[in-house]
Design a protein around this ligand. Structure first.
Ligand SMILES: NC(=O)c1ccc[n+]([C@@H]2O[C@H](COP(=O)([O-])OP(=O)(O)OC[C@H]3O[C@@H](n4cnc5c(N)ncnc54)[C@H](OP(=O)(O)O)[C@@H]3O)[C@@H](O)[C@H]2O)c1
Length: 328
């Protein structure tokens, strides 16, 4: 497995998103999820992404990772997050980025995962009522105390990123980036390059749609998050599947799967971008990890970007309530 740098942190070129092992994408089985995490470590996929809220706030995902890496702590780079305390009645998040809450959340995450230190600790969503300098100051204290090695921010604006980095070195930004979602190219990605901050690209498979395996909402379980995803709704889905068809054709010609092509495209954008495709299945994990070996030619990249130009996708990337929590 190739490696990349997120700030000063060395990680596998492709990580493993663990959210779906506890929520969002249909039924999950702990034994299968743990086997997938262990297979990831066998393949040299070191970077495991979780959050204290995965499992709808019950800590399930962090505990699962703790059990899966038991006895193999040194093979894993653990990225977890704090700052989302729960849900409001209107489909948004209750946020708390205060230093007091950061300490409490960090200590709880350490206990659940069963480790002494978190390798990369993210602010999941910024609570805009608190200056970013105060928030990062609180996270920096956790670094000084040895509870956290590196700091990251998720879904923040360019301005917030710059102010944060001036307070304490930020190793990584975690934001959505894929052939389906390119908003980071506008400001935050150039800022990451300038400041030496890595980008952990979440939902690099467009929440599954780019793989071509989800073509109909009826095939998803009732509690699947994608029923509320604007990009999976009605006319939007039909339009977006037309774009996926183009990727499927290109992938077939290249002898790859659509997921591999989608991940190879993300990897080709910058040497400090690490996609973290989410899966609970060994089969998908192996397929995705193999994409780290692919080096697309400029002509292949051009073909893909012609197939899905920026802003070609229909629908906002989040339902309205969650969109409000994105720092802009
Ligand atoms: N910071 C944030 O706010 C934030 C937000 C969203 C996500 N994340 C992180 O980013 C990770 C990845 O994002 P994501 O899980 O939302 O979306 P994603 O990686 O774009 O897509 C995940 C979906 O794709 C399916 N899949 C994965 N590999 C596949 C393959 N090779 N062939 C066919 N289907 C495949 C998965 O199926 P199965 O479920 O059946 O395995 C799952 O349904 C998450 O796990 C989470 O750790 C962070």
């Amino acid at each position: 497995m190739k490696h990349r740098m997120l700030g000063a942190l060395n990680v596998s070129a492709i990580g493993l998103g663990c959210m779906g092992m506890s929520q969002s994408y249909g039924p999950h089985d702990d034994a299968e999820s743990m086997a997938t995490i262990r297979r990831a470590l066998d393949l040299g996929v070191t970077l495991l992404d979780t959050s204290d809220m995965y499992g709808y706030g019950n800590g399930h995902n962090e505990e699962l990772i703790g059990r899966a890496i038991a006895g193999r702590r040194d093979d894993a780079v653990i990225a977890t997050k704090f700052g989302i305390k729960g849900w409001t009645g209107d489909g948004s998040f209750v946020l708390d980025s205060s230093p007091e809450y950061a300490r409490k959340a960090c200590e709880a995450s350490l206990r659940r995962i069963g480790v002494d230190v978190i390798d990369l600790y993210f602010l999941h969503r910024r609570d805009r009522s608190i200056p970013i300098e105060e928030i990062v100051g609180g996270m920096a204290v956790l670094v000084a105390e040895g509870k956290v090695r590196h700091i990251g921010l998720s879904e923040v604006s360019e301005e917030t990123l710059r102010r944060a980095h001036a307070t304490h070195p930020i190793a990584a930004l975690e934001s959505e980036y894929s052939l389906f979602e390119r908003y980071v190219e506008g400001g935050v990605l150039p800022a990451c390059r300038e400041l030496g901050i890595g980008l952990m690209a979440f939902s690099p498979l467009g929440r599954g749609v780019l793989t071509g395996t989800v073509r109909d909402l009826n095939s998803l379980s009732e509690d699947d998050y994608r029923h509320s995803d604007p990009r999976y709704r009605g006319e939007n889905l039909l339009h977006n599947l037309g774009l996926v068809d183009r990727i499927q054709l290109i992938a077939a010609k290249l002898g790859m799967t659509p997921a591999q092509v989608a991940l190879a495209w993300v990897l080709a954008q910058d040497e400090h971008i690490v996609p973290i495709p989410g899966t609970k299945r060994i089969k998908y994990l192996e397929e995705n990890a193999a994409a780290a070996e692919v080096e697309l030619t400029p002509e292949q990249i051009r073909l893909l970007e012609t197939a899905i130009p920026p802003n070609a996708v229909s629908g906002e990337r989040y339902p309205e309530g969650i969109m409000r929590t994105v720092d802009a």
